[in-house]
Design a protein. Sequence first.
Length: 263
Amino acid sequence: MTPKKNSWPERGDLVIATITRLTVYGAYAKLDEYDKEGLLHLSEVASSWVRNLRDFVREGQKVVLKVLRVNKEKSHIDLSLRRVTKRERIEKQLSWKKERKAEGILRSTAQKLNLPLTEIVEKAGTLLEKEFGDLHEGLEKTAKDGADVLLKLGIPQDIATTLAGIAKEKINPPSVTVKGILELQCTKPKGVLLIKDALLKAQNIQKPHGTEVSVYVVSPPKYRIVVSAEDYKSAETLLLSAAEAAVENVTKIGAQGTFKRQK
């Protein structure tokens, strides 16, 4: 939650670093998470020949680097830019942003309660990290389920209530959307009303908290069904359940119904 001044990264770790200065043999970078400096040698900047180092990095730039070697006795860390894949870079940047946001929430809580940040970290942050393995994940759970998540960990009431409120305000729960097309046909009298009823039943099926099912008219007999949930597995399951409910209800009245998943 704060720079790990007494810790060292390990070989193979991905780190967020700020380029501090360029030299003829590479660049020096401050490891933001450890408050230590490492060397990005020219040979580790890119796989191709580096004509101008400034084409790849510049002073003040934040980059994702991979730790190649750590020599604690000499206080020396070798870093690499070229060995970081695009996926690794994106995932590390996302993790870093989440960590910064989580720390900001703790800081805001301390300010609102007029307490030292160290006290909030000790009484809440540390417990969340221990329980969830990640501070942001714990705060994400708190934003979704409220202060009870914190109270169960033994976090004091005033801190739990304030922290939960700020987390809910600052963290948007992850959401994914899936959709498909229902084709419903009914030639019976009041067929339109019967289909509307079937669609309402599909839209109002029992669903987990935080999920949503919506149905829109495309052009009769086609209707679009859209489901939002926290993850794809839940969304897909709910989409299938809602579609099956619609088709089953029109089939019961002697009508026809089909469903096709959209990409």
